[in-house]
Structures are given as C-alpha cells and as structure tokens.
Design a protein around this ligand. Structure first.
Ligand SMILES: Nc1ncnc2c1ncn2[C@@H]1O[C@H](COP(=O)(O)OP(=O)(O)OP(=O)(O)O)[C@@H](O)[C@H]1O
Ligand SMILES: [Mg+2]
Length: 274
C-alpha cells in the first residue's frame, strides 16, 4: 500500500492529546486595520489543524504573531505553559516552533544543504575563533549537520539525498517546497506551521507533498502541525480538525465535514466576491 491509498486514520500513528497552545483574546492591529480581533482558539498536542479563511482574514498574521515576528497589540498565547508574546523569534524557535513561509524563502544559488542548515543557524557554533582555531570541532559539527540533513531528506524525500550539494535553483517547485519543510524540521520542532505549502503547485504535486507531510507525521512522534491551505480536498484529507477565520475572528471550528456544513463559513466564502 502506498501513501496515496492510505486514509487519514492509518497515518495517525500517535494520539491527539491536550492543549499545546492556548490563544486568548489575541488582537493584532496595523494602524487602523485589525488583522486579528480578540481571537480565542487552541491547538491540541499531536493534531493536524487546518487553518482556513478568505484572503486577508489573518491566517498568516497569526503565524507571524505566534513565531514572534510581530508583537500582538493585546491578548495572550500560552505555549507549553509559557507566554509567547514578548519572546524573540529565536527564543520561540528554540522552544520548538518552526514554520514555512507563504512565499518561498530559499536562496537559489545556495545548495540544498546550505538552505536547510541556515534554518538552524541559532544552534550552530559559528564564531570566527571556533572556525579558525578549533578546526577539528568545526569539522565534527559540520559532519553532524551533514548526517542530520541526510537523515531528514531520507525521511522526507530520499531522491534529494544524492543532490544535497546542488544549488536549489536547479530544483522543481515541489522539491523546493520539500526543502523548505526539511529546513523547518531540522530543529526537531514540536509545532510545525505550514503557510500554504501548495501555493504555485499543480494538483498532483500538492497531493505528493501532502503524502510526504503525512509520512513525516507518522515518523516523528509528538509533532503537531498547523496547516494554512486553500485547497479543500487537501484540508479534507490531512486535517484532524479545522478552524475558520474571517476578519481576524474565529467563525467556525470542527471536523472538515462540520465546518463545510456551517452556514457562517459558507457566507464568509460566498461573501468574498470573485
Ligand atoms: N505588516 C503588515 N502591515 C500592515 N497590514 C498588514 C501586515 N500584515 C498583514 N496585514 C493586513 O492584515 C490583514 C490580514 O493579513 P494576512 O496576511 O494575515 O491574511 P491571510 O489570511 O494570510 O490572507 P491570504 O490568504 O491572502 O494569505 C490583511 O488586511 C493584511 O493586509
Ligand atoms: Mg497568508
């Protein structure tokens, strides 16, 4: 049986536990614009949570606040018992929150290896002194990164291992996305935030990428994933639960079947005149 024929339950090797993240009255204003408006929600340990909503409803802003890129105007985000608001992006990253970006953030001339390791820069011993005078230790650290990246690529996409030292610019869109997810996974996060990973890909590529993500989830215990996604069939296939935003508020929450049947959700999407 290959990944494409497995259903969700067969992938779900681990159980969904209690609250990993609790969001209370979270508000983010940009001047006069309220991007997150008194948002209340929670992320459960081990789940794949789908985050949906029309364009501009605050999904990316939520990731930006949760990862410390923006400081919320008010409200609270408790992650593993600690307040996130006020922590630096580095502190939050070190505590196990990793993400990918809506727009690709790879450096095309650099190799796959370099692009993946850049994500873990904060953990690396990169001082000049260390570099020049502790060559042996530097070499050991470098080698350990090579094996780490190799192991990750092997889990995620084995054909990429042989091309680890090729520039990213020579890869297809789907492989670039795979590389970005590997970069996020390098720090062994507890919470992985994926901002529209299917953007710019074909239907088949999206399916393949989602299979990879489900495989990874089966192999990495305790990984919780929040996925922003517009493609409803992806949401249906890989999420345990969904939350729908509109104008920075949570307007619905539940299984895919529940949220798609919700009149509030239908109005939010139909109201978005195209
Ligand atoms: N740095 C910023 N400065 C000013 N306004 C911002 C900033 N970031 C986001 N916004 C505004 O906040 C609102 C929410 O944007 P956000 O990017 O979170 O939406 P989204 O749900 O991710 O949309 P999409 O599906 O298009 O990616 C939008 O009106 C956006 O223009
Ligand atoms: Mg967005």
């Amino acid at each position: 049986m290959n990944a494409a024929t497995m259903n969700h339950a067969q992938h779900a090797a681990h159980t969904i536990g209690g609250k990993l993240v609790g969001v209370t009255d979270l508000t983010m204003r940009f001047g006069g614009l309220t991007a997150l408006d008194q948002l209340n929600m929670q992320i459960n340990e081990g789940e794949v949570l789908g985050l949906l909503g029309p364009n501009g409803s605050g999904k990316t802003t939520f990731f930006n606040v949760l990862t410390g890129l923006y400081k919320a105007t008010s409200g609270s985000i408790i992650y593993k018992g600690q307040e996130v608001i006020g922590q630096t992006p580095q502190e939050i990253y070190r505590s196990g929150v990793a993400r990918t970006f809506q727009r690709s953030r790879l450096s095309l001339p650099l190799t796959v290896f370099d692009n993946i390791v850049i994500g873990d820069y904060q953990h690396m011993n990169h001082g000049l002194f260390f570099n020049l005078f502790q060559r042996k230790a530097f070499r050991a650290e470098y080698d350990s990164y090579v094996s780490k990246v190799e192991a990750l690529l092997n889990i995620f996409s084995p054909p990429l291992v042989a091309r680890m030292f090729e520039p990213v610019g020579t890869f297809t869109m789907i492989d670039r996305r795979r590389i970005e997810v590997c970069r996020a996974l390098l720090s062994q996060p507890r919470l992985l935030l994926l901002d529209e990973p299917s953007a710019g890909m074909t239907h088949d590529e999206t399916e393949a990428l989602m299979d990879d993500i489900l495989q990874v989830r089966g192999k990495l215990e305790n990984l919780t994933i929040v996925l922003i996604e517009h493609e409803m069939n992806v949401i249906e296939r890989i999420t345990d639960r969904c939350i729908v935003f509109n104008y920075g508020k949570k307007i619905a929450e539940g299984t895919y079947a529940e949220i798609t049947a919700d009149p509030n959700v239908q109005t939010a999407y139909l109201g978005e005149a195209e």
